[in-house]
Design a protein around this ligand. Sequence first.
Ligand code: C2E
Ligand code: CA
Ligand code: CA
Length: 502
Amino acid sequence: MMPVMDGKTVLKRMRSRDLLSQIPVIVLTSETDAEVESLQMGAADFIKKPYDMPAVIMARVNRTVELAEDRHIIDVAETDDLTGLYNREFFFEYASTMDERYPGTRMDAIVVDMDHFHLYNEMYGREAGDEALRRLGAGLREELQRIPGIGCRYGADTFFLYSAHVEDHTAVLERLMRGLSNLETGVIHLRMGVCTRDDKAQDIIGRFDRARAACNRVRGDYLKPLAYYDENLYRNDIKSHQLVSEMKDAIRTRQFMVYYQPKYRVSGDKPVLCSAEALVRWKHPDMGMISPGVFIPLFESNGMIRELDSFVWRETAENIARWRSLYGVSLPVSVNMSRIDLFDGELLTRLDSICKNNGLAHNMLVLEITESAYTEDMEQAISVIRQLRENGYCIEMDDFGTGYSSLNMLLKMPVDAIKVDRDFMRTISSDSHDNWLIKIIVDIAGHLGVPTIFEGVEEQPQLDLIRQMKGDIVQGYYFSRPLPADQFEELIQKERGGMTQC
Ligand code: C2E
Ligand code: CA
Ligand code: CA
């Protein structure tokens, strides 16, 4: 009686196909004599017309499903109560099965995340949070009617979709956002990360890890909330992770080294070696020399920079003392201070004990503090810096020109020297506007009564211009690259004639 083919043909066809033969079939018919034949052809159960009560039919269906489950013939979806999407275990199992069964189909791994969901929950209450999740769940289920695939609620506010490839996901994200746009309470932003790479050799969890990395990259970026996974960026993330996990060991096994880049006073007739900057290097056993531009921001973001900086300060203090006793020179060396050090309650104690252990006056270990640290939390920064200066430390304002100090602020800021950012050197001879800026900076420093230090000086014309503008001190490849301690020591030996003696 069925259209296209009758029930027996359906059973026969299903049995002959691998995929379909596993599905339990219940035959409902008025042909009473068909019972034995149906069961012989593989039907799991047989229900005769006139049918029993619906509850009885339901019970028999459930029973058949249970039997099939027990025999691991089928899996029954395990879903999340709130959204009706699969839970994560079931999702991954199902996704792998899909890969096995349809190896030729190109699939996208998609991660959808709510920005600041915990804040939303806190502000508007759990009920409102649940409502938002429900809405998003419904939106995702609707998408899965459009694009074949499956979805799950992966974490509290994180959702995964594994669906047939589409070229552009902007429309998907926009539809989902629209679904959330008329919530009664505050606005919720979504972000989406997509891994379209159809490398089925890569396990499914790996592909979602990549989609998640892409999604994290646009955290809080309301203007660009969609990101595609990019192999290079991912490798960087992995590398960052590795570096962070190796840092403690690296300090212990002395993989970090301190290099010294000389600073020359150029205000007199002949340049004189007057100081140096300590710059840290990481000699990694597998990756070779790693630039501080790569690892310093990582260690700043997790607070480990305190430990590394303390190490650099100690090394530097030991060397200042060593050079004084070996060559009789008084050579102050500057160290970099990260903003995390600046707000560390133990800062003064740390510095004092390093100086004391090496018999150094506090003004021998000069502190470089980047301009933006001054401007970010001005009151606090200025109070710490005042305290440092009261205790005899000298402060150089580093990377001057990259922050937002106004002239008015500058007058209030406690500093002992201004160190002009090396970006100014890049354009110095080609752009007269920057030349003019340099003149102004020198004038400001003059008003404050502090010297100027120019870093990144590579060429003779740059040096000439600085001298012409009455800049005081120069640091850069023109004189020397940062040097390991032993080579810097040789430089001191060569230059000690013109230097300040103890
Ligand atoms: P920075 O404090 O501005 O350091 C100056 C940077 O300019 C150094 O890069 C130095 O090698 C480079 N440089 C010096 N002369 C020249 C030149 O003539 N031309 C060019 N193109 N570059 C020049 P480096 O060593 O890679 O350090 C990068 C940044 O890492 C530093 O910038 C500093 O912010 C941070 N850093 C380095 N060592 C430490 C440290 O021990 N602690 C902390 N907290 N930060 C550090
Ligand atoms: Ca510096
Ligand atoms: Ca600098």
